[in-house]
Design a protein around this ligand. Structure first.
Ligand code: MN
Length: 262
């Protein structure tokens, strides 16, 4: 995984953590006006799809999410930054993690079922993901978990300013969770930073930052932020695919299903 920065143009539809939720991703793309056909996705005129990372693991179909994303990137229709789950998957695929976590092992099995060629293409794709994307001439920053240096702005950003993991201080609290630094509260830049990583019930704006990880895989929503319109579009998760260790608000659809079942 390179720690580099790429600069790209055009109006992005920025998608939060997908975690293998292919059905919700396709529903979201359709809601955004993308034409989704077997093996091909066509964006609306002038739009680009942009992912803030964590495409994979925990959810039902990481292989299909990768297939869709990789083909759109190859066609110049999508961009993506690396999330911590891309890094976990890459380590597992390279045999660098002694015992991959269960959710990562499940993704590896899905990739193996697709054949050796696809698995190789995925390794290639993961290796090339940047940790930071600058769009709209530096007015928009995409990163997975946030910035380590909240005072630095747009084009002045360097790879060392990026916090891909945000789990990186290595400390755990009593419940076994790694406390997350609220870098957004300290952010003073002018560039809008769109990111994910820490699931929130609603897209959360603070200073010039917005967290769009609304925890689809945990039974929340899959959210897209349309830029420069700054409108959000969201799709309710069809089920809880993975239990959240954090207190997490289920989407209303699942809440009502639940009350029916119990
Ligand atoms: Mn995530």
């Amino acid at each position: 995984m390179e720690m580099d920065i790429k600069t790209v143009g055009t109006a992005p539809d920025i998608v939060g953590d997908v975690h293998g939720c292919i059905d919700e991703l396709i529903e979201l793309l359709t809601a955004l006006g993308y034409r989704v056909e077997p093996g091909a996705v066509t964006p609306p005129e002038g739009r680009t799809l942009a992912f803030v990372g964590d495409l994979v693991n925990r959810g039902p179909n990481s292989a299909e999410v990768l297939r869709l994303t990789m083909s759109m990137m190859q066609a110049g229709q999508a961009v993506c930054v690396a999330g911590n789950h891309e890094m976990r998957l890459l380590r597992a695929l390279r045999g660098e993690s002694a015992v991959p976590r269960e959710d990562v092992a499940r993704t590896v099995m899905q990739l193996d079922a697709e054949g050796i060629k696809f698995r190789g293409d995925v390794v290639d794709f993961l290796q090339k993901l940047p940790s930071l994307l600058l769009m709209d001439a530096g007015a928009l920053v995409l990163t997975h978990a946030g910035l380590k240096t909240p005072s630095v702005d747009g084009e002045a950003l360097a790879p060392r300013d990026v916090d891909v993991l945000s789990e990186s201080n290595g400390k755990r609290d009593k419940s076994g969770q790694s406390p997350r630094v609220n870098w957004a509260a300290a952010y003073r830049g002018q560039a809008l930073v769109a990111y994910g990583h820490t699931p929130v019930a609603e897209p959360t704006w603070l200073n010039r930052t917005v967290n769009i990880d609304t925890g689809c895989v945990y039974g929340g929503h899959l959210t897209a932020l349309r830029y420069p319109e700054l409108e959000t579009v969201r799709i309710a998760a069809r089920q809880i695919y993975y239990p959240s260790r954090r207190r997490f608000l289920l989407n209303p659809k699942l809440l009502s299903n639940r009350s029916l079942n119990t």
